[in-house]
Write a protein that binds this ligand. Structure first.
Ligand SMILES: C[S@@+](CC[C@H](N)C(=O)[O-])C[C@H]1O[C@@H](n2cnc3c(N)ncnc32)[C@H](O)[C@@H]1O
Length: 304
């Protein structure tokens, strides 16, 4: 079984003016989706193949899908199976869908797309083509597993980081959600996002921020909300400066929210500790490291 519809992918990249990138991308994708990409790749591949042969047997399929745990993003409704992931990702989508430029007919890049939950939502909104990028091979395998339940031929999730994908002013809309604070160099990330967009294209950025009016950013000395890989947290005023300095215009705040254990929690599909244990039991407005508890902002901005 082929994990990626390569002919479909090349057609899609041709349509985006990226046909020349095939020689660069194909070996990278094939290497990542192999034993070289991850020690557990073979086991994940077996799950995906067995799912294909067990179509119609919900009990077996459910057990197979559980073998691709942890499921961070969802929920997915797959025939009689509900994947109740750690995140109720539909809540974030509801916060942004009415405020962004309508996706109908647009080409979309979703950077840090995880298992493609949002990429499929974007396709449902009529996007012409959706390319998701994520270097975590397990999440790419989750997408390949759920993709078997949907007819979404113009949606691709590729196992790579943004800086490995040669987008040059190709997309109408680029999403980066939950990614910026994982970058050691957030301004470089924003500039790379800018370079993926055609003139007049829209960035949809969702990220953690710190409360306060001052333009400033802080780096947690160790973990933040138990996460090891959080580098720089800006206030919204500082985030606006970052966006303006990396070339964006018409910067608008769509939504601000606090993340709660109602939205992010352990489930049967993600059995590790979740947000509740990252907050102080005596004061859930603070993290266990005594930082402000997670707040997220959704911003849209245009590439002039
Ligand atoms: C917190 S998750 C966010 C997933 C999803 N976008 C969401 O909003 O729920 C961050 C994802 O970004 C991916 N990631 C981190 N750095 C990246 C990069 N430079 N390019 C693409 N993806 C990246 C990680 O593998 C991870 O799946």
């Amino acid at each position: 079984m082929t994990l990626i519809d390569y002919p479909g992918l090349w057609r899609c990249l041709d349509d985006l003016g990226l046909g020349d990138c095939r020689e660069q991308l194909e070996p990278l994708i094939r290497r990542r989706l192999s034993d070289e990409g991850h020690g557990d790749f073979r086991a994940w591949r077996e799950v995906v193949e067995e799912l294909n042969t067990e179509a119609g047997n919900s009990d077996v399929m459910r057990r197979l899908l559980l073998r691709l745990s942890p499921w961070r993003k969802g929920p997915f409704e797959l025939d009689e199976i509900t994947i109740d992931a750690e995140w109720r990702s539909n809540l974030k989508w509801e916060r942004l869908e009415a405020g962004i430029a309508p996706l109908n007919g647009r080409s979309v890049l979703d950077v840090g797309c995880g298992n493609g939950y949002y990429a499929l939502r974007m396709h449902n909104q009529g996007a012409r083509a959706v390319i998701g990028l994520d270097p975590t091979v397990l999440y790419v395998m989750q997408f390949i597993a759920v993709q078997q339940f949907f007819h979404a031929p113009a949606v691709f999730v590729l196992p790579m980081r943004l800086d490995e994908f040669p987008a040059a002013q190709s997309f109408d809309t680029t999403f980066s959600m939950g990614v910026l604070y994982h970058q050691r160099s957030p301004l470089d990330h924003l500039r790379q996002l800018h370079d993926t967009l055609r003139q007049g294209g829209q960035l949809v950025l969702e990220t953690l921020y710190l409360p306060g009016e001052e333009p400033c950013a802080r780096t947690p000395p160790d973990r933040y909300a138990r996460m090891r890989n959080v580098w720089l947290l800006p206030t919204i005023a500082e985030l606006r400066t970052w966006l303006a300095r990396t070339g964006f215009e018409d910067i608008r705040i769509l939504d601000k929210s606090r993340t709660t254990p109602d939205e992010q929690r352990s489930t049967e599909w993600m059995t590790f500790e979740s947000l509740a244990t990252a907050l102080r039991p005596d004061d859930p407005r603070r993290t266990v490291e005594d930082w402000p508890a997670p707040r997220r902002v959704i911003v849209v901005a245009n590439s002039p």
